[in-house]
Ligand binder design. Structure first.
Ligand SMILES: *[C@@H]1O[C@H](CO)[C@@H](O)[C@H](O)[C@H]1NC(C)=O
Ligand SMILES: *[C@@H]1O[C@H](CO)[C@@H](O)[C@H](O)[C@H]1NC(C)=O
Length: 343
């Protein structure tokens, strides 16, 4: 399918059918300064995240030995065999007096969860190709919180300034049209949709790597969506994982509260007011072969005969108390949590 017909399919509400993609809501599990992938054991870790998924989430989760599907007693995802953990940075608004307040996160349209993230597992357009589910212990990272260079933002990570909460006009496929690599520079009547897309090829051996990236790769040519083949170094096609995170920026839409010199007032929790430090973390935790079944039977949307699904209310009820106890910024704070260097 080419981009034009993809956009048409989205407009007709047929995206899931067109792409054989799972798209489901996961409610917020916690907002916490932990990062079991990049800073295992650090309590607190350097910056704040919203985390979703299995409630066995902890500051340290030993690869392979620690199986989230065995350790968790609930998941905030509506597919109830998915105990994976997914997390992204929080965003903050900096007032003229230097104080910070957290930008609330909300559920995507049509998904009954609270805050959280919309998670996608995309098979791609070549529906005949085998897509291999992640093995136990698999984890990965995309993007880099220390990055401030627009050229180093991987494709598939972007911001959309929504005109209204109904998200109309829809605006086409992720990271097309007027979507940006940087924080929107004007007020947005419907907040932001932030897209974080992971690479779709794997070396077939390592469940992780020192930079949490080298074991995964982008297709050798073209894109996963266009059926691009994986490179010889990373020959195994894996599901393309994508997050959509909705930020409700509307309480910060009074331009009189914005710096008069044009400085961007929004910051990632890691002290970045460019947006280029956009990143996402993934820690696999599906039960048994559930994800492989989902790939093999081409599950779409958030209901599939091959998978168990819990009610939205049960997903919402799965929460975890904060491990690194501190204010998250629902009231004005003098600094970002952890006071990361601002650059
Ligand atoms: C989380 O990790 C801490 C310290 O590593 C440990 O004491 C605690 O038992 C762990 N919690 C769970 C639920 O595994
Ligand atoms: C800073 O500015 C915000 C927004 O105008 C205001 O609500 C808050 O009380 C101020 N904080 C201080 C310490 O002045």
């Amino acid at each position: 399918m080419n981009l034009k017909s993809l956009v048409a399919a989205i407009a007709a509400g047929q995206l899931a059918a067109a792409q054989e993609l799972m798209r489901f809501g996961c409610s917020q599990l916690t907002i916490d300064r932990i990062d079991p992938l990049v800073n295992p054991g650090s309590l607190p870790s350097p910056h704040m995240h919203q985390l979703i998924g299995g409630n066995s989430l902890n500051a340290s989760m030993k690869p392979v030995d620690y199986d989230p599907s065995a350790e968790s007693t609930c998941t905030s995802c509506t597919y109830s065999e998915d105990f994976s953990n997914y997390w992204t940075a929080n965003a903050y608004f900096r007032a003229k007096n230097g104080s910070f307040k957290r930008v609330p996160q909300v559920a995507n349209l049509g998904l009954g969860v609270q805050g959280g993230v919309t998670v996608y597992y995309i098979r791609g357009y070549q529906s005949s190709a085998r897509v291999t589910a992640f093995p136990k212990g698999f984890r990965m990272l995309v993007g880099d919180p220390a990055n401030r260079d627009p050229k180093k933002v991987p494709s598939g990570l972007c911001f959309r300034c929504e005109a209204n909460m109904q998200q109309t006009p829809f605006g086409g496929a992720p990271c097309t049209g007027s979507d940006t690599k940087y924080f929107p520079k004007s007020t947005c009547g419907g907040g932001w949709r932030v897209t974080v897309t992971f690479p779709s090829c794997w070396d077939g051996k390592n469940t992780d790597s020192p930079d949490h990236k080298s074991h995964i790769a982008y297709p050798a040519s073209g894109t996963f969506e266009s059926g691009g083949a994986c490179p010889a170094s990373h020959p195994v096609k894996i599901p393309q994982v994508m997050y959509e995170v909705m930020f409700d920026t509307r309480q910060f839409n009074n331009k009189a509260d914005w710096p008069t010199d044009g400085t961007q007032p929004f910051y990632w929790s890691h002290g970045d007011n460019t947006g280029y430090g956009i990143h996402g973390d993934y820690l696999f935790g599906w039960k048994g072969d559930a994800l492989q079944r989902a790939m093999d039977t081409k599950c779409s949307g958030d209901r599939c005969a091959a998978l168990q699904r819990q009610t939205d209310a049960k997903a919402i009820a799965c929460t975890k108390s904060q491990l690194a106890k501190e204010e998250i910024g629902d009231k004005w704070l003098p600094n970002l949590p952890g006071a990361p260097e601002i650059f």
